[in-house]
Design a protein around this ligand. Sequence first.
Ligand code: ARG
Ligand code: ZN
Length: 874
Amino acid sequence: QVIHRKDYKEPDFFVEKVELVFDLERDVTNVKSRLFVAANPARGTGKGDEVFLHGEDMKLLSVTLDGDRLASSDFTVDAEGLRFAAPGANFIAEIETQISPANNTRLEGLYVSQSAFCTQCEAEGFRRITYFPDRPDVMATFKVTINADKASCPVLLSNGNLIDSGDLDGGRHFAVWEDPFPKPSYLFALVAGDLACVEDSFVTRSGRKVALRIFVEHGNEDRCDYAMDSLIRSMKWDEDVYGLEYDLDLFNIVAVSDFNMGAMENKSLNIFNAKYILAKPDTATDTDYELIESIVAHEYFHNWSGNRVTCRDWFQLSLKEGLTVFRDQEFSADQRSRPVQRIKDVAQLRARQFPEDGGPLAHPVRPDSYMEINNFYTATVYEKGAELIRMMHTLLGPDGYRKGIDLYFDRHDGQAVTCDDFAKAMEDANDADFTQLKRWYSQAGTPELTWQGEYDADAKQFTLTVSQKTNPTPGQPDKYPLHMPISVGLLGADGSDLVAKTVELTKESQEFVFDGVSEKPVVSFNRGFSAPVNVMTDQPDDELVFLMGNDSDAFNRWEAGQKYATRLMLAAITEFEKNGGDANAALDGQGDSIAAFIDAMRATLCNEDLDKAFRADALALPGEEFLSEQRKPANPEAIHQIRKALRKRIGLGLLAEFDATYRQNGSNAAFTPDAASAGQRALRATALAYLVASDKVEYADLAAEQYRTADNMTDQMAALSVLNHLDHPGRAEALADFEARFAKDGVVLDKWFALQAMSSRDDTLARVKDLMSHPAFTMRNPNKVRSLVGAFAMANPRAFHAKDGSGYAFYADRLIELDDINPQVAARLCAPLGKWAKYDADRARLMKQALERVLAKPEISRDLYEIASKSIAS
Ligand code: ARG
Ligand code: ZN
């Protein structure tokens, strides 16, 4: 069953107030709800009209309207929900249901994680708790009473303010929470359990003192400092940069082990995947710290961009997600290094969103239809949506953007609105016309840009001709030109900018003339990745080397290096395929190019003026997944062998420099997670990885030594992740040590599972199969599944795409198994099989076979069916 955006209708009835009473028990929880229902005047509904309340997988005990209990003939219940006739335009409905949190393996609605009760309601989980118009344009105030066993659940939390609590008979107690802000049901949350609490506070700029609490399992209290610090910095940043202040006296975060996604912005009660809260130096890497910072900020920022102003319907998801991702990206850029952050965000966009946009699951930022909305929490809605907001920011400038934001929150506070409403506020505040820009909301596919420059020495004029084209995507055969800002630099021979300017591309092909250009320039195109496009034009090697060394735009320095490396590797891959699989001979064919590239890398590595984190990024080669996107058919084995052989040459070519970098960047100081220290560790890890890639055994020994002596997880993982691909005894030793140390530590042990799934060794699939029966592994925990099964398919192209199809067959079995436990996670993991069209005929056939087997599963979920069927179709 497909739901279409064009079919949107306002609700027939609103619920203005909800009172919920939970009698918490693991196996049978009773939920009583009182709904204050009001007909929607715009729909002209009233007495006698049908009231529909969503509801799934519950036992309905009773329905009472205005005090009269309905006979079973007065209502109908089916798989979707409950229907009855309205007793009047305004009435009170009382509904009693039973649910079973302990048996809720989907982790949607109310479920049990470890020993605690918790909820996940976005997008449509509330309907698994009680019957309700579970759609974001129905906003109600919530009053929630929780009754539970006092010993096992001393902590009882919901949204808003605690207004009452006390003891009950039978060892039970209760708490009453009231949220004064009307909200959609997807923002409801409840937590009950025996949790430890870490506390701090924040005073808002108007003087409101907010208590900040992070709840974690006992024993993890010493892993909350960084999340708390990130929260405080986020609250300050939102005041400073957006003028947005927190609106209650309490802000709670709860970390749980079992969670389908990253985290959830429930009003004043954010619930997190524990992985994105817990950190101390010896359990978390710099990357973990970064993710914690950005996700804590992301969820906090949702309080305005999501909660105070929410989505009218789920097609508008990017209204809150695109905007909030843009906000968290900018927060991180301000907290750390702006160019390094941009590089990370673009690399992520290219690795996840571009393939999505070019594959069978391509959809616009604002989709037109869906079967299961949980399948649309995608890189397109999130990351491409953020790029769209970023383009508005670039086009309007920071002040104009802020004027638009102010008008948006002013105009729509307390409302459920659309992406059009957002764009309209931006336009109105700036007298801008975004008619064409808004095409980014509706048109799927990554635009391809080509450009051509012509220099007229007499006129001192440089003419840049830019063309754009977007390829057809499923359901969208015809594409139109988009409006986008293109930041351009024209560099003189001394490396300085003759021109730095942002032009606006609106046509299919367009000329931009730059005057007063005193010499023939080198073009730096799409600086800062001002538009999220694929630039198809190849610049000559020497221009790329020049940009790598001179561009004032750090992003494009990095970009030039990526382009150079990509071109070189693609040429070598072609040669590898021709010469019957000799990687060295294939690289020899690129000898001059490689020599020049190594020289350019040396210059970057040794340039002390550059940020260390930037240098680490600039020295990294494009990944195997990225390379396979550039080839059709992609040849995972060739890509792996060429990349590996090139890394070896770079390692050997810069052995002395990497060795010196490694020795100079050690530190005796205690670990701190700040950006500068992290950058130093990243550069040192890069050096170590290249040293090991040289195949000189003393460096593998060095990695083993680093694993043994490091006092922090970042350095340990840096060592272990290079050892991971080797036969060196240090590998088994380190893995055994890691397993023993973190046997009881789910979040940390996940790294150990993932490492083994990502190993390029030949025994990886066998090992992954063995690990499925490791005592700490369970298909019921999404983090475990993602670490072992997910990492195998998504981060080990060589093993997943094994010629004999063993990787695909194993994977299909896991999807089928998982679908009965957790359809949402199963659907999310299905995407790698959908890329069959990118591969050779043999692999494509095996991948399709695997998909067919998935589709043949009896009682396949709507979630998995949507992804598998769309994947096989195109
Ligand atoms: N709104 C959350 C966030 O981006 C994501 C939760 C979505 N969960 C889901 N099951 N669809 O912060
Ligand atoms: Zn979000």
